[in-house]
Design a protein. Structure first.
Length: 590
């Protein structure tokens, strides 16, 4: 095997790896770029997690990529370590699918029409159709299908180049003697680990072993330990992905390593122990293995290892807990306001936006609690409750800083039109939620003034504040729930209620002026009353902003003023009906 063959082999490996990557990217896009969301949202029982991990890995063509993705989920708190274990197990099975795809490269053809069934002919036709889809079609789906076809063709050409490069080794006795050394299980496992650690891809390592098998020099006794070792070697990129992750993120990366180590140990002991007595015929006399045989062995080994380890899932979690428990390094204190959002997801806008949504939802819950506590302080001031309002507002500020920074990073990634609108919605709403918490602190300060100066409102003023309080609680609940569930029906109910609250506030101001003129209320009461009403109005306005932004997102545009003018001008519309309902529910008795 000369220099030209070695260069051809390296070129074939390069094409093979590039084809795998191209095909995986295309498959992800055709799937709607929602595979990661499926993993996050649908992982429930262990069996479901294994199935999902298998399917997603079969699509992305990399167990390392799936497992690294799961490390990101756990690191960001979107998934538990226990949930991650089953997905990682499924990823180990899903990675074997590539071996079956590679088997297509062994197709051959005879003369005449049957030559169209050869790998070269199929690859050429697929490549031609794929490039036509990419260059001519305007449909994004067809372009992605073209990417899959082109990736498949490149992968097949790479396999062909590797096969041609190693063809001279068929006649090499020294090469055969070298491979027979690897039928020693320990040596074969170590070689498999080394190859995969270098290539950073289990699928690629198995593919290269399949290519070498065309020389007829690879036996079952050589292939089995190497396949087991390749699974362990694939842990390297997963472990690297956990650098800088939280403790649970690192534990998740170790799960991948432990599954493959324990799977290898158990299967080695069981298989070779039984073979010592049964003397499997295919393991004797250096029986050669072909591409299909390697693909079959790879799949059976991985399924068997997961079946054996499935009852031990809780013990795997405990082992990682023990391994990561006694760290001598002192944890770095978090900076004030530092809330972790996973930068690993920036390469995938779907996950980045999902994580942002979850962060904003948590921010909204804190904001609502902060606001409702401030309302309660008006009638019954409590220092501890006031302190909680200030602490909650400070936490909301931290969320705003972290989310704003993260969303700016997201806007710098490759977003499609819908994702750009979604990111705009989040940037709008983060500011509005933060402003609501600011008004909660303002109300708390007014409540403190009422308490310290012993301000007493007239019965009419109290009744007006109570009605507006009820309406505000309602609009906050509707707004925040509509955002959390992306419920447009609820969002449409916000603006009519906001109009009612505006009307109530204006009426309350006029009534209070009348009470001042008749001497029922004092000037000091007037200042406090107006401060409260002003903050109430602003809270309702921000709720309106959030609901309108949500509606505009689903209508594929942001034009708040146009929307508001449209719905308010239709006096006979559904808006008018909801407005009248709320007016009847929230009205002053006097």
């Amino acid at each position: 095997m000369g220099i030209s063959n070695i260069l051809a082999l390296l070129g074939g490996v390069a094409l093979f790896l590039f084809g795998m990557s191209l095909m995986g990217d295309g498959l992800k896009k055709v799937a709607g770029n929602k595979l990661e969301m499926v993993l996050w949202k649908l992982t429930g029982t262990p069996i479901k997690g294994i199935l999902l991990g298998t399917v997603v890995t079969a699509v992305v063509q990399s167990s390392s990529a799936t497992s690294a993705m799961v490390v990101g989920f756990v690191n960001s708190g979107m998934m538990t370590v226990a949930q991650a274990i089953s997905i990682v197990m499924g990823a180990n099975i899903g990675t074997s699918v590539t071996g079956w795809i590679i088997c297509l490269s062994s197709l051959g053809g005879g003369g005449g029409w049957t030559s169209l069934l050869s790998t070269d002919s199929i690859s050429a036709m697929v490549a031609f159709i794929g490039i036509l889809f990419i260059m001519v079609s305007k449909s994004e789906t067809r372009k992605n299908l073209g990417g899959i076809m082109l990736g498949f063709a490149v992968l097949m050409y790479g396999m062909g180049a590797m096969s041609d490069a190693v063809a001279p080794l068929k006649e090499s006795e020294s090469f055969r003697r070298l491979l027979t050394m690897f039928d020693n299980p320990l040596l074969g496992i170590l070689v498999g680990i080394a190859i995969t650690a270098i290539l950073q891809s289990n699928s690629a390592s198995v593919g290269i072993l399949q290519v070498i098998s065309v020389t007829g020099a690879v036996s079952y006794a050589v292939a089995f330990p190497m396949i087991m070792g390749m699974g362990i070697g694939a842990s390297v990129p997963v472990l690297l992905s956990a650098v800088g992750a939280s403790r649970d993120g690192k534990r998740t990366s170790m799960i991948y390593l432990l599954i493959n180590i324990f799977g290898t140990l158990i299967c080695t002991v069981l298989f070779y122990g039984v073979n010592a007595f049964a003397h499997f015929s295919f393991m004797q006399n250096s029986t050669p293995i072909d591409m299909v045989g390697i693909a079959m062995m790879n799949t059976l080994y991985r399924v068997a290892a997961i079946i054996v380890l499935l009852p031990c899932m809780k013990y795997l979690e405990r082992i990682t807990d023990l391994l990561m428990k006694n760290s001598k390094e002192k944890p770095q204190p978090k900076k004030k306001g530092a809330i972790e959002f996973e930068d690993r997801f920036l390469d995938n806008p779907v996950l980045a936006l999902a994580q942002s949504n979850e962060g904003i939802t948590r921010m909204a819950v804190i904001t609502a609690d902060c606001l409702f506590r401030s309302f309660d302080l008006i009638n019954k001031y409590d220092k501890d409750e006031a302190k909680r309002v200030i602490e909650a507002e400070d936490l909301v500020d931290q969320y705003e800083d972290s989310l704003g920074t993260y969303l700016v990073k997201v806007t710098g990634t490759a977003l499609n039109h819908a994702q750009t609108l979604e990111c705009s919605l989040y940037l709008h709403t983060v500011a509005d939620f933060e402003r609501v918490s600011d008004h909660a602190v303002n109300i708390q300060q007014v409540a403190l003034e009422i308490h310290e100066k012993a301000v007493k409102f007239s019965p009419d003023a109290k009744e007006e504040l109570t009605v507006i309080d009820r309406a505000l609680r309602k609009i906050v609940e509707i707004t925040f729930e509509s955002f959390r569930t992306q419920n447009l029906e609820l969002a449409y109910r916000v603006e009519p209620l906001e109009e009612v609250i505006d009307s109530l506030c204006q009426t309350a101001k006029l009534n209070h002026v009348a009470r001042l003129q008749t001497g029922i209320c004092t000037l000091q009461q007037g200042f406090v009353f107006n401060d409260l009403i002003g903050n109430f109005e602003r809270v309702a306005d921000h709720c309106s902003n959030i609901a309108v932004a949500l509606i505009e997102l689903h209508e594929d545009a942001f034009d708040t003023h146009k929307y508001l003018n449209t719905i308010k001008s239709r006096s006979d519309s559904e808006f008018r009906k909801m407005y009248e309902e709320y007016s009847a529910e929230y009205e002053f008795m006097s």
